[in-house]
Design a protein around this ligand. Structure first.
Ligand SMILES: [Zn+2]
Length: 125
């Protein structure tokens, strides 16, 4: 039996992340912290770390598979897939007040992040 070649890449190991070619700073940080890719010779799976809350001070993070491609793909194609995921409001949302892209689990309301809620709306978590 031949075992599949499996390579797990955390976001910070992706070659295009540090190259500054079109990857914005906040996106770069998000890729490093919240995205992981599992590559084998037969498939590419992309995982996103989702944040949920068990009470106001207890974040729970969970890796969820969000995309499966039935082949190994190039770094360029991975960059395209990641940009789709970063633009998907199910996972990441751009705060309308600080204009930073953040994980959905860090939002206070639809388009306002928790930091802005504390800073601008006197919300205490
Ligand atoms: Zn904000």
């Amino acid at each position: 039996m031949i075992l599949p070649r499996i390579k797990v890449i955390i976001g910070s190991e992706l070659s295009f992340v540090d190259s500054k070619n079109g990857v914005k700073m906040d996106e770069e940080e998000l890729i490093k912290e919240f995205i992981c890719i599992k590559r084998t010779n037969a498939s590419t799976e992309i995982f996103v770390r989702l944040i949920s809350w068990e009470g106001p001070h207890n974040p729970i993070s969970q890796w969820k598979i969000v995309r499966t491609i039935k082949k190994d793909i190039s770094d360029e194609q991975i960059a395209v897939e990641l940009s789709r995921i970063l633009n998907n409001r199910r996972y990441f949302i751009r705060c309308k007040e600080c204009n930073e892209l953040k994980p959905k689990g860090w939002m206070w309301e639809d388009n306002i992040c928790q930091s802005c809620a504390e800073r601008n709306h006197q919300v205490v978590f």
